[in-house]
Design a protein around this ligand. Structure first.
Ligand SMILES: Nc1ncnc2c1ncn2[C@@H]1O[C@H](COP(=O)(O)OP(=O)(O)O)[C@@H](O)[C@H]1O
Ligand SMILES: [Mg+2]
Length: 223
């Protein structure tokens, strides 16, 4: 069985003045390619710390992380950036769309950074907006969109570069329950139809119930 994510004995220690704080302790976690996993836990339990490590936004203090079978400790900073840019799509609670860019411009940004020719980038961004059901809003600015529509655009942006992995940190945290379920349906379709590996961090039981697998984290440990 091939794992996209393999965490072995991962720990994260934050220095707080004189004292050390163990945000993650001896985490073992394996996630198969194409799986849809929820990571649940109370506020402060270490969910975002774990996501930052899985997303190559931060380094663990100890332990090994294998991404697609490759030990990330053996990769250069440049290779980390490449993996992050090409293989991982991020979705956040507050969407983080650029306010002065349209839905289409926001969506094609990752392709622009890759140096894709503009007409190709526009084509791919349009088809991704279509995929998440907001193609008709391509010319709208974020402030003209509802929360659910903004999150769909953010998902389109996360997916436009065809990453293997989507990491979503409380993606429905700012949405009402009906809109949350719609956004979850988008993730589920991507997972089932496109084989994208999806990891959703949440403290909402209704969201985790929609995932194939639920991993519980408490005080920096997995149960
Ligand atoms: N940069 C940091 N420096 C010190 N402590 C941190 C830092 N980031 C997070 N923490 C602490 O680590 C713990 C886990 O945080 P976090 O991963 O954000 O939890 P969650 O996402 O589950 O709410 C919390 O106690 C938080 O205060
Ligand atoms: Mg968090």
């Amino acid at each position: 069985m091939s794992f996209l994510i393999q965490l072995e004995n991962i720990s994260k220690i934050y220095q707080r003045g004189e004292t050390q704080f163990h945000a993650l302790s001896n985490i073992h976690l394996q996630i198969k390619a194409g799986e849809m996993t929820a990571i649940v836990g109370a506020s402060g339990s270490g969910k975002s710390t774990l996501m930052n490590i899985m997303g190559l936004l931060d380094r663990a203090s100890a332990g090994e992380y294998y991404f697609a079978g490759q030990n990330v400790a053996n990769l250069s900073d440049n290779q980390w950036a490449q993996l992050r840019n090409r293989q991982i799509g991020f979705v956040f609670q507050l969407f983080y769309l650029l306010p002065r860019a349209t839905a289409l411009q926001n969506t094609l940004l990752p392709l622009f950074y890759r140096g894709l020719p503009r007409n190709q980038a526009v084509e791919q961004a349009k088809s991704m907006l279509e995929r998440v059901g907001v193609a008709h809003l391509a010319a709208h600015y974020p402030h003209q969109l509802s929360g659910g529509q903004q999150q769909r655009v953010a998902i389109a942006r996360a997916l436009v570069g065809k990453p293997q992995l989507i990491l979503a940190d409380e993606p429905t945290g700012a949405l009402d329950s009906v809109t949350s379920q719609e956004v979850m349906n988008v993730f589920r379709e991507l997972c089932h139809e496109k084989g994208v590996t999806v990891v959703i961090i949440t403290h909402d039981a209704a969201i985790s119930a929609a995932c194939q697998r639920v991993v519980t984290i408490k005080d920096g440990k997995i149960f």
